[in-house]
Design a protein around this ligand. Structure first.
Ligand SMILES: [Zn+2]
Length: 819
């Protein structure tokens, strides 16, 4: 009886406590969904919950955004589980090694990775509150990890803009300004990177900080909450084809189990939804696929709404979609996911263990040779993914050669990187390294090829048998530089990788005068290529503390400088020759604003500030016509769709004058179009004889017919002229990621990277047959001389999503070497 009484008292206490806990509306002082909640208030609410109920919710900071906002994770479970959180985490990770028998489900829910898909963060607050109160039974056997806002900078950009432009009260008229975000919309992060394309490449600070915690947990289920167009109702799992072939039967089935549970609630409420369409599981850098390749059930949920929806909007069907509706739907799927995970906790653990059993993938080892800086860049990425790697112990390896597409034997040394599929992260290794990805359907949402050996510009073979290697993950690939020789006449540094460009960028900014060789030379028996950097004492005789500064910068970038006591070379041109040219501290401007593409503008911005570390001035098309271009050596035009209006005849004449006088214009993707229309420039689109268009008389076939003309992100082996300054540091071929079928003729002089008639079949990925025809004999990268200046054309974008490591030196060449 006494026991019973205390139980009752305990129950009442707990209940009271639950009742005391303030709902989001109570805490915020307005009804959830009647306003957007600013990020600091969201964090306040989570902090309040952690303070009010620390036995069930812990809040941990995992980093900071570019704009200084906190990144937080809430861990929610029963008080018993929260007490043992570390043990639960350790037992769960041991399960990946086949040890133990855990039974707690781990569910990670990520909200608002796209900033203007703004309902998610609001819904997270409602969900966490319900979880701590009415739905706490799920927590008995489930640990829930909630990231209330993956992209705070993007979300605040949207919310702040919305407050500035919304009507009072808000209007549901879709024509009102509050439903039309400006050019710099809220979807991406500070640098205009789409964080939901960055899970595998980890180019952004948010992703880099998140992955550390993510790898500690490797949840059973990961949900990424999104929004789609206002006229679509709701999308949830199961996903659409193509599914990557590594996805297990259980992962497929469980997507359906989850989807059916959601459908139950949506049906009961009379809400519309769709499944198995649009959102596929292939490209590895999404918040659904990346977790899937790490053993999770990874899912995307899409509510209709996003930046167009505001607090309420009339859809094309004439319905009014409100923020409150949107919250309710995301809240429902969130709880439904937790319900299903909790019900299936034992099975999730069992299947998770199975996922990590040794795999028998066709390729057992990937073997990579090449420039030590490129190898190091790749190992830095692998380390962040906790992918193990090592160094070859044998003399040779045999397998599929990525460069030739045939089987071959390659030499190996203890500098040869080996990445095996006999490790915990085997599936991720296969997905990121395999030469080409099997497509169960060529209609996909994103690029179809990304294989890392191509992206990093390394010579690689995929071997069907295990290649022996030392597992010495921490070995430095780049040698520590030696002390520099104080007496030298000049110092010589290589020009072969993006790391060399970072080194040059810092030299230039420290006023260390640097020259580069325009012809190969040999000295002290060593052969040097075009582009080699030469830093002479004579050039820097007035620089205070020259040797000390040079030495510090070289050490920071791990560069070994070859000292020479003479400028007299054995072969080639001496250091005083006209062929050994000084490099200029160039002043660079990039155009932003409409019609430039936000994402490509962001890629350029990030390249300068976070990769190359070199200053760039950001101009805007709004006032570009008032800018005196002669203040700049270089102007960059990002990809964009409709430049014609910007370059009216007057502006085009100004631009031509500026180039004629020595200006350097760098144009990417769609920015080439207006230039190709200017009769004075030699760039011209390739005209293809119009095929008699075979109309397929079935309406339903049109989408499939369309893809004959498309290239959905595929990798092509291009030919390169390594004697051209734009290609210094490259060999005679380069693997380029092509994102579309744009086709320009060769330039008479200055065709630097190109596809010939025989190189139109992609090395990896999908290209429609008609598109293949069209890109034969076309330009990929080229330079046109015009007066004293140049136009540099990048038909393909070498900075795409910041992950195509081997393209970055082309861009550095465009800045420094071409002149
Ligand atoms: Zn989204």
């Amino acid at each position: 009886m006494k026991f019973f009484t205390s139980l009752v008292i305990l129950f009442i206490c707990l209940n009271l406590k639950a009742q005391e806990l303030q709902s989001p509306s109570e805490f915020l002082g307005y009804e959830l969904g009647s306003q957007f909640t600013r990020h600091h208030r969201v964090v306040d609410y989570y902090e309040y919950l952690a303070k009010s109920d620390p036995t069930k919710l812990q809040l941990k900071n995992y980093g900071q955004t570019n704009e200084g906002r906190p990144l937080v994770l809430a861990y929610i479970s029963s008080s018993e589980n929260i007490k043992n959180l570390d043990t639960i985490q350790q037992e769960h990770i041991k399960n990946t090694e086949g040890v133990g028998n855990p039974s707690t489900a781990i569910v990670w829910m990520s909200y608002n990775v796209h900033g203007n898909e703004s309902v998610s963060t609001e819904a997270s607050m409602k969900t966490v509150y319900e979880l701590l109160t009415k739905k706490s039974e799920y927590l008995k056997n489930t640990v829930v990890i909630i990231d209330p806002c993956v992209n705070p900078d993007g979300r605040e950009r949207y919310v702040n803009w919305y407050y500035q432009f919304k009507n009072t009260p808000n209007t549901v008229d879709p024509n009102s300004k509050e439903h039309h975000e400006p050019w710099l919309n809220g979807r991406a992060n500070h640098y205009m990177f789409d964080l939901n394309r960055d899970w595998a490449w980890l180019t952004q600070t948010e992703s880099q900080q998140r992955i550390k915690v993510y790898n500690k947990w490797l949840p059973h289920v990961h949900v990424d909450f999104h929004e789609q167009g206002v006229d679509n109702p709701y999308y949830f799992a199961p996903a659409a084809e193509p599914f990557h072939e590594v996805i297990t039967d259980f992962q497929r089935e469980f997507q359906t189990t989850v989807g059916k549970n959601h459908a139950k609630y949506f049906d009961a409420n009379g809400w519309f939804y769709f499944t198995k369409e649009v959102f596929d599981l292939l490209y590895p850098s999404y918040g659904d696929t990346y977790p899937t390749y790490n053993g999770s059930i990874g899912m995307t949920y899409e509510q209709g709404g996003s930046g167009r929806a505001g607090l309420g909007v009339i859809t094309s069907l004439g319905d009014t979609l409100t923020l409150k509706d949107r919250i309710l739907h995301h809240h429902t799927t969130g709880l439904s996911t937790l319900e299903i995970a909790s019900q299936n906790a034992v099975q999730l653990n069992k299947e998770f263990k199975k996922f990590y059993l040794p795999k028998n993938y066709k390729y057992k080892s990937y073997v990579l040779n090449g420039n030590p800086n490129k190898i190091e860049a790749l190992t830095n990425l692998l380390a962040q993914h906790e992918i193990e790697y090592g160094w070859a112990t044998g003399k040779t390896a045999k397998g599929f050669n990525f460069s030739t597409g045939k089987n071959s034997l390659v030499k190996t040394s203890n500098h040869t990187l080996v990445v095996g599929t006999d490790q915990k992260k085997a599936t991720l290794v296969k997905v990121l390294f395999e030469p080409s990805t099997k497509l169960s359907d060529s209609l996909t949402y994103d690029i179809t090829a990304w294989s890392l050996p191509y992206a990093y510009g390394l010579e690689a073979v995929a071997s069907e048998s295990k290649v022996n290697a030392t597992l010495d993950t921490h070995k430095a690939t780049v040698q520590k530089p030696e002390q520099i020789n104080q007496k030298a006449y000049a110092f010589i540094a290589e020009w072969n990788s993006f790391s060399d460009a970072q080194f040059l960028a810092e030299l230039v900014q420290n006023n260390i005068k640097t020259r580069h060789a325009k012809a190969p030379f040999s000295l002290d028996g060593i052969q040097y290529d075009r582009g080699t950097l030469i830093i002479t004492k004579a050039d820097n005789k007035n620089a205070p503390d020259f040797l000390n500064t040079l030495s510090k910068i070289a050490a920071k970038h791990k560069k070994t400088l070859k000292a020479s006591n003479t400028g007299f070379v054995e072969d080639g041109k001496d250091f005083g020759s006209h062929s050994v040219q000084p490099l200029k501290q160039v002043k660079v401007a990039v155009l932003s604003g409409k019609p430039t593409a936000t994402l490509n503008f962001g890629e350029i911005w990030h390249y300068f500030e976070q990769q190359l570390n070199y200053p760039v001035t950001i101009l805007d098309t709004e006032y570009y016509k008032n800018v005196n271009l002669s203040n700049y050596d270089i102007l960059i035009l990002p990809n964009g769709n409709n430049y014609d209006k910007l370059f009216n005849p007057n502006r085009m004449n100004d631009l031509k004058d500026w180039i004629k006088n020595g200006g350097k214009l760098i144009a990417i993707g769609g920015a080439l179009k207006p230039l190709s229309k200017e009769e004075k420039f030699k760039l011209k689109p390739k005209t293809v004889e119009a095929d008699s268009f075979a109309l397929v008389p079935i309406y339903d076939h049109n989408q499939r017919e369309q893809i004959r003309n498309e290239i959905t992100g595929a990798i092509f082996k291009t030919k390169v002229d390594p004697t051209h300054p734009l290609a210094y540091g490259y060999g005679d071929s380069y693997f380029s990621l092509k994102l579309g079928g744009a086709a320009y003729n060769y330039l008479e002089n200055g065709t630097v990277a190109y596809l010939d008639a025989n190189s139109t079949v992609p090395a990896a990925g999908f290209a429609g047959v008609d598109a293949q025809d069209k890109i034969g004999e076309t330009l990929v990268f080229g330079v046109e001389e015009y007066g004293k200046g140049q136009l540099i054309y990048f038909v393909d974008n070498p900075l795409f999503r910041g992950f195509w490591e081997n393209g970055k030196l082309f861009f550095a060449n465009a800045l420094f070497m071409v002149n």
